[in-house]
Design a protein around this ligand. Structure first.
Ligand code: FAD
Length: 414
């Protein structure tokens, strides 16, 4: 251990116990910053003790779930220690009658799914479908607001998380929302934490709204469609008498995948209606499964930067023209106008695409990108939303203990 690392490690050992702390290694680095220590608190009280000690000593902590998305946001200015949530694990309470479940933040999503599936007499699930089965934690999902194709029907973590417990940078323990669906009074801190990238608080526990697991599902595929045809399809879907679970337009493939979930009878009826309306082909079970698996990792699998985009949903055709000009590939959740694009790792490409998307009335945020793209990770920060974000950071974490600079770079302290 280096001498500089010793004080941080000793402080954290005193706060969380010796067995909860180890030396940081290159494998723990966040954006090239190797932490002096990795601390894995055993419970929420230990998280609070760690934050309080870090606050007093002026240490910067970066929260880590499974560590799959530490690259999101800007690189923090400092990372003295990684706060690993892997021991904050397990389901606290599953109330199937209320379709609600409370789970510790370090629980892997797959573990939660298994617990829910094993509940006798109930078939329930949390319909969030980011890829990497098994890896991502519930806390990481909430902190990144990560979502997949199913957001078309079920929304993102912002729609499904109804309560949270958390620890602020100075060690204060807080909670917001609760274990019933209608339970918002005062500030809705829970939703503030969704997408906060570990910069406002350490999430220790979340309460989520569940849905009944649909017994059947059908997928349809439309192939070799022009941007104009795909845009027309997207318009048509808005008024079609079906409840879509997913509607992904893929580019440059020029395809659309539609999916409906429900009872066997209902999905057959809806699939037939959709096929008649759109000309898409109903897939058999094996084809649908293969397509689901392929779509789950797009556009993340493969080299390059990954950006999240949103445009008014009437601008789909123009968005696909932009995809042809700038992106390696793009997947659009068509009814919502939100998309993810894989781009060449070049700052000018990101900047040009962002400018073009903004001209369409939308915006672009970079999710994945090497250090060369740090300057274009987020839109330029002079709008009122930046002032609001800065004020929130200052009121919840004034000492900058949690991932300082990750959300706003130097704007945070400007
Ligand atoms: C191949 C691949 C494909 C992907 N596809 C998609 C996709 O299609 N759509 C999509 O939305 N995402 C996608 N992702 C992103 C990924 O699925 C999620 O971002 C992931 O769920 C993050 O969870 P994690 O536990 O690994 O978090 P980590 O990477 O450990 O942390 C992510 C962020 O959350 C913070 N954090 C973690 N736990 C807590 C906590 N308890 N309290 C406070 N802050 C915390 C961290 O500080 C960090 O800022 C993809 C990722 C990969 C690798």
């Amino acid at each position: 251990m280096s001498t500089a690392a010793a004080p941080a490690r000793t402080l954290l050992e005193r706060a969380a116990g010796e067995d909860a702390v180890r030396e940081g290694t290159a494998a723990d680095a966040v954006g090239g910053l190797v932490p002096a220590a990795v601390v894995s608190p055993v419970d929420e009280a230990a998280v609070a003790a760690v934050c309080s000690a870090a606050h007093r000593a002026g240490l910067a902590l970066v929260v880590r779930g499974a560590g799959t998305r530490q690259g999101w946001g800007r690189t923090p200015r400092r990372c003295d220690a990684v706060l690993d949530t892997s021991r904050l694990r397990g389901v606290v309470e599953h109330a199937p009658g209320d379709l609600v479940c409370t789970v510790r933040a370090g629980t892997p999503l797959d573990e939660l799914r298994e617990v829910l599936a094993a509940a006798p007499g109930h078939r329930q699930w949390l319909p969030l479908d980011p890829p990497q089965p098994g890896a991502q934690t519930v806390g990481g999902l909430v902190a990144t607001a990560a979502a997949g194709p199913l957001r078309v029907r079920y929304g993102t973590a912002r729609d499904l998380v109804i309560g949270a417990r958390f620890v602020l940078g100075d060690g204060t323990v807080g909670h917001s929302g609760g274990r019933v669906v209608k339970n918002v009074a005062g500030y809705d801190v829970t939703r503030l934490l969704v997408g906060s990238l570990g910069t406002l608080a350490v999430i220790t526990e979340v309460t989520v709204r569940l849905h009944p697991l649909p017994p059947a599902s059908r997928s349809l595929l439309l192939e070799r469609a022009s941007p104009a045809r795909l845009a027309a399809l997207s318009d048509l879907l808005r008024t079609a008498p079906v409840v879509l679970s997913a509607a992904d337009v893929c580019w440059p493939d020029a395809t659309a995948r539609l999916r409906v979930d429900g009872t066997e009878e209902a999905v057959d009826e809806q699939a037939a209606a959709l096929a008649g309306l759109t000309g898409a082909r109903v897939l058999d079970g094996a084809e649908a499964e293969a397509l689901d698996a392929a779509l789950a990792v797009r556009p993340w699998r493969g080299e390059g930067a990954v950006a999240g985009l949103a445009v008014p949903r009437t601008r789909l055709a123009e968005l696909l023209e932009l995809a042809s000009a700038y992106a390696v590939e793009m997947v659009v959740r068509a009814p919502l106008g939100v998309a993810e694009a894989r781009l060449p790792e070049r700052p000018e490409v990101v900047a040009q695409l962002r400018a073009a998307v903004e001209r369409l009335g939308g915006h672009l945020v970079l999710h994945r990108g090497g250090p060369g793209l740090a300057g274009v990770a987020l839109p330029a920060g002079d709008g009122p939303e930046v002032a609001l974000m800065r004020a929130l950071k200052r009121s919840l974490d004034p000492a900058g203990v949690l991932a300082p600079g990750r959300a706003l770079g130097d704007e945070e302290t400007a």
